[in-house]
Ligand binder design. Structure first.
Ligand code: SF4
Ligand code: SF4
Length: 141
């Protein structure tokens, strides 16, 4: 096990130069983002924080021998898998936001794991920011 704080530093180093552009691609198009499995730790966190609204979208399969699979996201009304994450919020020109950002699943926090992972899966968060054009360049006299 890594000493306390090291894993966060490693993660920060891997993601140096990353800045989320809020394009929504990962949440909308990467199927394992909205049809994935959340961890025991995620469930524990949501239980502690009284997030029954989130827990309602989890369905746990008992695979036997103590193995539990927590499927996300399952519509609590229909018990069917969703086609889009229920927490994704479209904020128009500003892009997309996660409605449960502070408590979102660990796999969402960890995306993208590094530059290669981001680029291979279509994330633009490592691309250089577009330069803003402010007016015309000054004319030479
Ligand atoms: S694909 Fe990358 S840039 Fe776009 S919302 Fe996801 S993390 Fe942010
Ligand atoms: S929980 Fe948030 S970050 Fe994860 S897929 Fe849904 S909207 Fe995206």
């Amino acid at each position: 096990m890594l000493p306390k704080g090291v894993s966060k530093r490693v993660s920060a180093m891997k993601r140096r130069g990353f800045s989320c552009r809020r394009c929504g691609h990962c949440c909308l198009n990467l199927v394992d983002a909205y049809r994935g499995c959340v961890s025991d730790a995620d469930l524990e966190r949501w239980r502690k924080e009284g997030r029954d609204d989130i827990l309602a979208w989890i369905s746990t399969l008992d695979l036997g021998h103590g193995n539990l699979l927590h499927l996300a996201w399952i519509d609590p009304q229909t018990q069917e898998e969703v086609d889009r994450c229920p927490w994704l919020v479209d904020v128009g020109a500003q892009g997309f936001l996660c409605g449960i950002n502070d408590v979102k699943p660990q796999f969402c926090r960890d995306y993208p794991e590094n530059k290669k992972h981001g680029q291979d899966s279509g994330c633009c968060g490592f691309d250089p920011p577009r330069e803003k054009t402010v007016g015309s360049p000054p004319k030479k006299t």
